[in-house]
Write a protein of this length. Sequence first.
Length: 430
Amino acid sequence: MTTSQQLFEKAKELIPGGVNSPVRAFRAVGGSPLFIKSAKGPYIYDEDGRSYIELINSWGPMILGHAFEPVEQAVRDAIQHSFSFGAPTRKEVEMAELIISMVPSVEKVRMVNSGTEATMAAIRVARGFTGRDKIIKFEGCYHGHGDSFLIAAGSGAMTMGVPDSPGVTKATAADTLTAPYNDLAAVEVLLENNHNQVAALILEPVVGNMGCVLPEPGFLEGIRSLCDKHGVVLIFDEVMTGFRLARGGAQERFGITPDLTTMGKIIGGGMPVGAYGGRRDIMDMVSPAGPVYQAGTLSGNPIAMSAGLAMLRHLNDNPGVYSRLEEIGTKLHTGFSNSLAKLGLPFTINQIGSMFTLFMTERSVSNFADAKTCDLPLFGRYFHAMLERGVYLAPSQFESLFVSVALTDELIDQVIQANEESLTVALTNA
Ligand SMILES: *Cc1c(COP(=O)(O)O)cnc(C)c1O
């Protein structure tokens, strides 16, 4: 048994499924998860001393590579002044100012501790603001594990086969309406059938949680105008796309202005941080400025703010990061496409900037139904073949890959080579 396997056996006795977040358990691909000891730059190291090229990067935050020095230094500096005060700090003001300057639609912002907290708060605020109860989400989009969002949820919920989780009350489920992604007509029908009842529409402006799925031309514009017409608060969940698809996230890249934005992942530089922000009149509904209650003992934690600030400052000051991420994404896309052509495989690749999914289906993938046509056993064999070749992928077909700028051209070539070999192995062992 490897050290990872021994740790997993013990963990399963102590922690549900042996993990603190479901997808990590490798259930969708079989086998036993790697237990990670450390990581630096483009590499991650397991408890058995093996190294892997990172294509998950903590599900996004490590966009500059692991243990990026300016972030590390900021944390070291902050630690000397105690770890938490539960009182306002200068860093929170600096953080708010920076977020507002980077994200086009954000006029005021509140810090929380995770993406889940951000989305839960955002819909509460939208409900308080509109006086309406219902929300619209898209099938296969993931917005964290809040009750209202575990209806046709993507990411781990989809991977585990529980897109509709037990434990969510019927009343909560009834207030969440769902439509297929990229289907404006379906949204219009929902809005007309629930006239003056819909508080908010929440979506991933580019989906990462059913694999990478792009909005079709006109989709985001159409959503914006439907929300305007029906007085619905439009929430862009940019927990994944924020500070990734552009300095100002997907809203900058596509030129669409949401009313509220939820943020997470990169914003904490690897520490547990989330945020929600947007229009001043809506954000002024939040306590203590307004009546909608939302709080957090550790919110705006000084160590987390220091890491996040160092991360965002680097992204803000170095536009070269984004051009390099585009270059890496394009190189991988081209390399993988060439291999598919060479092997005569009709599979689909969706890529935008540093988000990337190889879908093992002949269908083009623009919604949840398309994504579900993938050959999952084939993906499992491919995943393990990649791991054997030293490439660490997300252990599920329904996730996006997230590259970091630490990936050199040489490493990109290694990944492309490993992909071609792994596809061959996966097909042969069917
Ligand atoms: C990861 C993610 C979340 C949840 O964030 P957590 O920090 O895991 O709670 C919400 N929305 C999107 C789009 C995400 O990718």
